[in-house]
Design a protein around this ligand. Structure first.
Ligand code: ASC
Length: 148
């Protein structure tokens, strides 16, 4: 996870020093980037959900590893929503209601941070308790900002 963390850090640094559009060669790359980060997050979040909901056996080490990827991925998509990158599944509200969109990003980052703490606690009850609020933060953003 060190390489992922380094990647996240590099992305965060880039986000603070470059205009968002300048980080990608073309708008399609920004769309692909944000969708890729969200897709990877959903895969690992789904594995946590399977454990939290009893569809897969609880495995503390796997839960922590999955939660680490989720928490790392939660930081990445936002750099891919710069000006001029409209499209994909993103509604126009992403750009029209930028402060509200940012609140949802911050909420997801906070909830996935708590999910990582819960997963590292090593008991399924902690995971179950934090899975719902995290999923709710995914859904709340999708309801306003994602098409389909
Ligand atoms: C997932 C996934 C989402 C969220 C959302 C939660 O596993 O891919 O987009 O959870 O369905 O409501």
């Amino acid at each position: 996870m060190i390489r992922l963390a380094t990647f996240a850090l590099a992305a965060a640094c880039a986000a603070t020093t470059l205009p968002a559009a300048a980080q990608f060669a073309k708008p399609e790359d920004a769309i692909k980037y944000r969708q890729s980060a969200l897709f990877v997050m959903s895969q690992h979040f789904g594995r946590l959900g399977a454990m939290a909901n009893g569809r897969a056996p609880y495995d503390a080490a796997a839960a922590a590893a999955n939660a680490e990827v989720v928490a790392d991925m939660a930081k990445l998509p936002w750099a891919g929503f710069g000006a001029g990158t409209e499209g994909g599944k993103a509604k126009a509200e992403v750009w029209k209601e930028a402060p509200k969109f940012k609140e949802h990003q911050d909420k997801l980052i906070a909830e996935t941070g708590k999910l990582l703490v819960a997963a590292k606690a090593g008991n399924i009850d902690a995971l179950k308790t934090q899975f719902g609020p995290t999923a709710a933060s995914c859904k709340a953003c999708h309801d306003t900002f994602r098409d389909r």
